[in-house]
Ligand binder design. Structure first.
Ligand SMILES: [Zn+2]
Length: 77
Protein backbone atom coordinates (compact mmCIF):
# COMPACT_ATOMS: atom_id res chain seq x y z
CA UNK A 1 0.00 0.00 0.00
CA UNK A 2 1.26 3.46 -0.90
CA UNK A 3 0.60 6.63 1.04
CA UNK A 4 -1.76 7.95 -1.65
CA UNK A 5 -3.78 4.74 -1.44
CA UNK A 6 -4.13 5.08 2.28
CA UNK A 7 -5.31 8.67 2.00
CA UNK A 8 -7.94 7.76 -0.58
CA UNK A 9 -9.47 4.99 1.54
CA UNK A 10 -9.17 6.61 4.94
CA UNK A 11 -12.90 7.44 4.96
CA UNK A 12 -13.81 3.81 4.32
CA UNK A 13 -11.62 2.83 7.24
CA UNK A 14 -13.27 5.31 9.58
CA UNK A 15 -16.74 4.29 8.37
CA UNK A 16 -15.71 0.67 8.86
CA UNK A 17 -16.87 -0.14 5.33
CA UNK A 18 -13.56 -1.65 4.35
CA UNK A 19 -12.67 -5.16 3.31
CA UNK A 20 -11.01 -6.89 6.33
CA UNK A 21 -7.94 -7.87 4.31
CA UNK A 22 -7.59 -4.29 3.14
CA UNK A 23 -8.03 -3.07 6.68
CA UNK A 24 -5.12 -5.20 7.79
CA UNK A 25 -2.92 -3.64 5.10
CA UNK A 26 -4.10 -0.22 6.08
CA UNK A 27 -3.15 -0.80 9.70
CA UNK A 28 0.18 -2.34 8.75
CA UNK A 29 1.05 0.67 6.63
CA UNK A 30 0.20 3.03 9.45
CA UNK A 31 2.44 1.02 11.74
CA UNK A 32 5.37 1.52 9.35
CA UNK A 33 4.67 5.03 8.14
CA UNK A 34 4.68 7.84 10.65
CA UNK A 35 3.46 10.32 8.03
CA UNK A 36 0.29 8.35 7.42
CA UNK A 37 -0.21 7.76 11.10
CA UNK A 38 0.05 11.49 11.73
CA UNK A 39 -2.32 12.15 8.85
CA UNK A 40 -4.80 9.62 10.18
CA UNK A 41 -4.74 11.12 13.67
CA UNK A 42 -5.23 14.62 12.28
CA UNK A 43 -8.00 13.46 9.98
CA UNK A 44 -9.81 11.58 12.72
CA UNK A 45 -9.52 14.49 15.14
CA UNK A 46 -10.85 16.91 12.55
CA UNK A 47 -13.67 14.55 11.75
CA UNK A 48 -14.64 14.15 15.40
CA UNK A 49 -14.53 17.90 15.80
CA UNK A 50 -16.75 18.59 12.80
CA UNK A 51 -19.15 15.95 14.07
CA UNK A 52 -19.45 17.83 17.34
CA UNK A 53 -20.39 21.03 15.60
CA UNK A 54 -22.84 19.05 13.47
CA UNK A 55 -21.18 19.31 10.12
CA UNK A 56 -21.90 16.45 7.78
CA UNK A 57 -18.54 16.56 6.13
CA UNK A 58 -15.06 17.89 6.58
CA UNK A 59 -14.78 21.31 4.99
CA UNK A 60 -12.84 21.17 1.72
CA UNK A 61 -10.28 23.68 2.94
CA UNK A 62 -9.48 21.46 5.92
CA UNK A 63 -9.18 18.45 3.64
CA UNK A 64 -6.79 20.41 1.44
CA UNK A 65 -4.79 21.41 4.45
CA UNK A 66 -4.31 17.86 5.76
CA UNK A 67 -3.50 16.63 2.25
CA UNK A 68 -0.92 19.39 1.82
CA UNK A 69 0.50 18.46 5.21
CA UNK A 70 0.88 14.84 4.19
CA UNK A 71 2.41 15.70 0.82
CA UNK A 72 4.98 17.89 2.53
CA UNK A 73 5.80 15.10 4.98
CA UNK A 74 6.27 12.59 2.18
CA UNK A 75 8.49 14.90 0.13
CA UNK A 76 10.66 15.46 3.19
CA UNK A 77 11.11 11.76 3.85
ZN1 LIG B 1 2.35 6.22 4.28
Amino acid sequence: MRCEDLVSIIIDYLEDSMDPAFKEEFERHMGDCSSCLAFFETYKKTRDLTKEIKCDDIPPDVQDRVRAFLKKKISQA
